[in-house]
Each structure stands twice: as C-alpha cells, then as structure tokens.
Design a protein around this ligand. Structure first.
Ligand SMILES: [Zn+2]
Length: 329
C-alpha cells in the first residue's frame, strides 16, 4: 500500500511583530512620527477576517546591548540611554542631531530592534518565511554613532549583522523604498560586499544623500545602488527602477535573505513625501521582491516599517503587500 502525502492546505503563515510598548516613544504634539501611525494598522490586522488566518503574532523582548553593538558604538548606545532616561514628562532632542526622544525612548528603541530580530529568528528557524515588523522608532537614518531623522537605532542594519553573526548568512539584500534615502544604512555597509543596499527615493529631499553615483567604496564598490526620483514620480518609475536595476543586480548578487526598509511616505497620499506610489504599486513591488526571494533566498523576506505619516496609507499599503505575498504562495 502506498501512502500518499496529503497536500499541505494550511494557510501560509506570516509573522507580524508588534508590541504596545511601541506606543510609549513620545515625540510631542504635531510630530509626524507618532504612536497613532500604527495603531489602526494593528487593529485592522488583528480583526480582519481575510488576513487573520495567515498571521501569527510572536512575542519578543528587548534587544541586548551586545546585539545593538553589532552596528552602534557603545558610546552612542549609552548616550541614548542617558539622554532619554533623565527626562521626566517632557520630550527633548538627542544631542547627536534632530531626533526627538522621551523618557522611554531608549527602552522602546531596544524593543524595536528586538521585534526585527525576532522576525529574523522566526524566519531562520523555519516557522515562517515572511515576517513584517510594525515597530517604532524607525531606523534607516541612524548611523553607527548618530541618531538622525526620526531614527534612534538602525533596526534593519542590526538585523543584517544579526543574520550574519547568528545564522552565518553570507549575502543580505536591503531594499529601501521609503521616500527618504536611508543614509544610515548606506553608511554602515558602504564598504561591505556582503550586504547589498538598494534605495529608491525622492531627490532633492531629506537627507540629501543617495545620488546614483554613490555606489560603495573599496570592497563594497558596486554593492550600493541608488535610484533617485523627482517629485511627482509614481508607480511606473518605482516598478521600472526595480525591474531595470534591482533585478539584474540580484542575478549577480544572489541574496540569501531580503530585508525591506518599508516606509510608506512615498505613498500618493502621504503628508511629507511627494512621490505618488499607489497601493497597487506596493503590490507590484512585492511581486518583484517575492520573485527574487523565491529564486535565491528560500522565500525569506522580512519587512520592517520605516516612515509613513498617514495611518490609512500604512494600513492599506501593508495590506496590499500581505495580500500579494499570500496570493503568490
Ligand atoms: Zn521616510
């Protein structure tokens, strides 16, 4: 008698990383990077009957100082702790620049890193192949020793180093489609040929870096790829950039893991950005990333929230991404 294995009909699982503690990093009234950005997305994902069967919600803890130190200097980590914990009810600005902090910002930033690394662990242990971290504060402007923009610790950069150190992953792709260039991530991996940094963003715009002639240095030359788009560019330019530049570059690089700096401030209805991506554009982009992941990376993609300042856009665009993943599997 032959035993025929039943086809696996269980729905594809995606890990969503979120903790209510993310709401405790206060930025003061009228700051675009505030707790309200993500609450409606989380409520939607928890209650939407269509996506619910596909989502799992792992818990996680604070990243250790040693893990954060994979990217950031001990001096900078200490500075963040000291400058945030001395605050009372007020907010202030990190002495390294323009990043608003409150009393719990250090702990929340550690938890934001913890969320992203739990996403890595879930994927690398084979629990899921896709995860999405809805964490804050975001990270892609933070350099080794400097908070910048709305970013304290560089969540995605730490995840790349963590993947290499803990799991021996050799080649990591970081795709950054936030409207702003991720100067911190670029800087951290600029001379590194084991992490490929791809960014598509608005120019001219904050922080001013990310020109196409910034391609990396030394061994890392050719492992940074920037596409800058003029104000008003939309899905057509976004998808063309991915197809014409990212895809061929990945046929050479062959990433083993894809991290996505998923900012939604390039959405057509964002308050800060002036690009015009639609929800369908995010779907098409996800299809392209999924194809690369299938070909080279055992399907492994971890999305990490960066910017995006209109809650409805974050909700709808992330729903488009999740639906695109589910329909492809
Ligand atoms: Zn941004």
């Amino acid at each position: 008698m032959h035993l025929i294995a039943e086809p696996d009909r269980s729905p594809l699982k995606i890990a969503v990383l979120y903790d209510n503690e993310f709401l405790l990093h206060h930025t003061g009234p009228h700051h675009p990077e505030n707790a309200d950005r993500i609450s409606s997305t989380i409520n939607f994902l928890k209650n939407d009957s269509k996506l619910k069967p596909n989502l799992i919600w792992p818990t996680f803890s604070y990243a250790s100082i040693d893990v954060i130190n994979l990217v950031h200097s001990k001096e900078y980590i200490h500075l963040v702790k000291q400058e945030s914990e001395k605050l009372t009810d007020n907010t202030s600005t990190l002495s390294t620049g323009d990043t608003v902090i409150s009393k719990q910002s250090y702990q929340v930033a550690r938890k934001s890193v913890g969320a992203v690394n739990e996403g890595v662990d879930q994927i690398m242990r084979g629990k899921v192949s896709i995860a999405f971290a809805f964490s804050r504060p975001p990270g892609h402007h933070a350099t080794k020793d400097r908070g910048m923009g709305f970013c304290i610790f560089n969540n995605v950069a730490i995840a790349a180093k963590y993947l290499q150190k803990k799991y021996g992953i050799n080649r990591v792709l970081i795709v950054d489609f936030d409207v702003h260039h991720g100067n911190g991530t670029q800087d951290i991996f600029y001379s590194d040929n084991s992490v490929f940094y791809f960014s598509i963003h608005q120019h001219p715009f904050y922080p001013g870096t990310g020109r196409p002639n910034e391609k990396g240095s030394g061994e890392g030359y050719g492992y940074t790829l920037n596409i800058d788009l003029p104000k008003g560019a939309g899905d057509e330019e976004f998808i063309h950039g991915l197809k014409s530049q990212l895809v061929p570059a990945m046929d050479n690089f062959k990433p083993e893991f894809i991290l996505v700096s998923a900012g939604f401030d390039a959405h057509e209805n964002d308050l800060l950005g002036q690009l015009k991506y639609s929800n369908n554009g995010y779907k098409k982009a996800t299809d392209i990333l999924s194809t690369i992941a299938k070909k080279y990376a055992s399907n492994r993609i971890l999305f990490v929230l960066e910017g995006g300042y209109e809650p409805t856009n974050i909700k709808e665009a992330s729903e488009s991404i999740l639906n695109a993943i589910i329909s492809k599997n």
